[in-house]
Design a protein around this ligand. Structure first.
Ligand code: GLC
Length: 479
């Protein structure tokens, strides 16, 4: 029997290049789908070949071809590389002019860079000899593939039967540009405005939502939230109109990569049945972070991009009151200047009690997940959020706001049947403080806390269930 072919189109994937949650998902979902698909799925990934990959020299790539493609009036080099990683085939599209840059995103010409990427994806299918049954594009950087498929390539042999799925990982980034570059950069024509135009501008995410056979986002609650103006960043009309093809599927995490029993990047290993190692991880973290070495004080962690929608202003509002109590705080992350300087200042004023590390470092983040007691994630909006799941896996109890995927993954211990964390709903620093105090109060009861930490560790955040939901979506699209 011929396998169902799925091609993931995305701008990042762990371990090759990643800036956040999207990379984690693209790095773990394809393997989970392959496993859940009982040999019936052939899932592959196509992404840009970034300069950082070349420099690392870590990967044994095979070059498939060198060619030139058109993007509007431009004629651009395209190299295609491939490799297999953990049973999944990856394709990397190379063009140094576009992708040999110090950072993945944030260039003045990101629109053109990802237009090139999308055009190159469409042109690559005959070369890699993989015409998928479903082209599964993620976020605005890949949105044009869905648009090109519907408006151009879908009329051509090979492409005709391809269906498309578009997944929104964060609706805050939509790829919005002026009409003047419609033809020049995006290689579209005025008639295509009927799908890409929104509020007087080109909106690539909107175009993909309109053109895709199905649309998904990364949690059921977020799928509902984005139908409303508070969360939709303006796209609620479009989503309401396309509600019939929208669904929310909660992300999972790679439970092998994040496994306190085997993780070599943490100081001591442990499991839900035996938490001894976690105490050692806490001691070592306190040492590393220059905090007082004390076993009995609750150690709170924040690992986050320091951005507005992560709810950092709530932390700013309650930090002093929180620190009037006997707690410790470790912050890891980078972002907006106002937040960075706040946490730097806080650490200076509370030596031994607060430690701020303004960087992004995976190995260090795991040491913090393992060594902390509680994990703060008071996001204003959160499509899914992975950090609360990773923290749970390491027995670090999440304190979260009830929004998006946080609501779908963490329930308050006060819920019927008991929960797996501490939650609050209104976006207020007093509410966050209240949740922290409740957690600290529970922490005071050693037996209760141990029981909670063990329970939290046992929650299944693997991809297993969600991979099945994706397969259901593919089947719906193909039926
Ligand atoms: C984005 C979202 C985050 C989600 C991730 C992966 O980074 O902000 O909530 O977990 O994508 O889907």
């Amino acid at each position: 029997m011929r396998k169902t072919r799925i091609l993931f189109v995305a701008s990042e994937a762990v371990p090759f290049a990643s800036s956040g949650g999207l990379g984690d998902v693209i790095g773990s979902l394809p393997a989970a789908l392959t496993a859940a698909g009982n040999e019936k799925l052939d899932v592959r990934v196509i992404m840009p070949f970034y300069g950082s990959m070349e420099e690392s020299g870590e990967y044994k790539l095979t070059k498939l071809c060198e060619t030139y493609i058109n993007l509007s009036w431009r004629r651009q080099y395209l190299g295609i590389y491939t490799l297999e990683h953990r049973g999944v085939r990856y394709y990397f599209l190379d063009n140094e002019y576009y992708f040999k840059r110090p950072a993945l995103y944030g260039s003045f010409d990101d629109g053109e860079r990802y237009a090139f990427f999308c055009k190159a994806v469409m042109e690559s299918l005959p070369i890699i000899d993989f015409f998928p049954d479903i082209l599964h594009a993620h976020d605005w950087q890949s949105a044009l593939t869905v648009i090109y498929l519907r408006r151009r390539y879908g009329l051509m042999d090979g492409y005709r039967d391809i269906k498309s799925v578009f997944t929104i990982h964060n609706i805050a980034y939509q790829g919005v540009y002026g009409h003047e570059i419609l033809g020049d950069v995006f290689d579209l024509s005025p008639s295509d405005l009927e799908v890409v135009d929104y509020n007087g501008a080109i909106n690539l995410m909107k175009g993909a939502i309109v053109c895709a056979s199905a649309v998904s986002t990364v949690s059921p609650t977020y799928a509902n939230e984005i139908l409303f103006p508070t969360y939709s960043n303006g796209l609620h009309f479009v989503l309401e109109h396309n509600k019939g093809k929208l669904r929310g599927i909660l992300n999972g995490i790679d439970t092998d990569y994040y496994n306190p029993e085997t993780d070599r990047e943490i100081f001591a290993n442990y499991s839900a049945g035996d938490l001894q190692g976690k105490a050692e991880d806490k001691r070592q973290l306190q040492l590393l972070a220059g905090l007082e070495e004390r076993e009995d004080v609750p150690l709170l962690a924040i690992i986050s991009r320091l951005a507005g929608h992560k709810g950092i202003d709530l932390v700013m509002g309650m930090a002093e009151r929180m620190l009037s109590g006997d707690v410790q705080l470790v912050v890891l992350g980078q972002g907006e200047h106002i937040y960075e300087s706040f946490f730097k200042d806080l650490a200076a004023r509370y030596p031994g009690k607060v430690c701020t590390m303004l960087t992004y470092d995976k190995a260090l983040s795991k040491k913090i997940y393992a060594g902390a007691d509680m994990f703060l994630m008071p996001s204003k909006s959160e499509p899914c959020g992975l950090a609360q799941m990773i923290a749970s896996r390491y027995g670090t109890v999440p304190i979260v706001r009830e929004t998006g995927g946080l609501f779908d993954s963490i329930r308050d211990i006060g819920w019927q049947g008991g929960g797996n964390g501490f939650t609050f709903a209104p976006y207020s620093d007093a509410e966050l403080l209240g949740a922290v105090w409740r957690a600290c109060y529970t922490y005071g009861d050693k037996a209760a806390w141990k029981e909670l930490a063990e329970k939290v560790m046992r929650v299944d955040f693997s991809w297993q269930t969600s991979a099945k939901r994706y397969i259901d979506m593919y089947n719906d699209v193909l039926s």
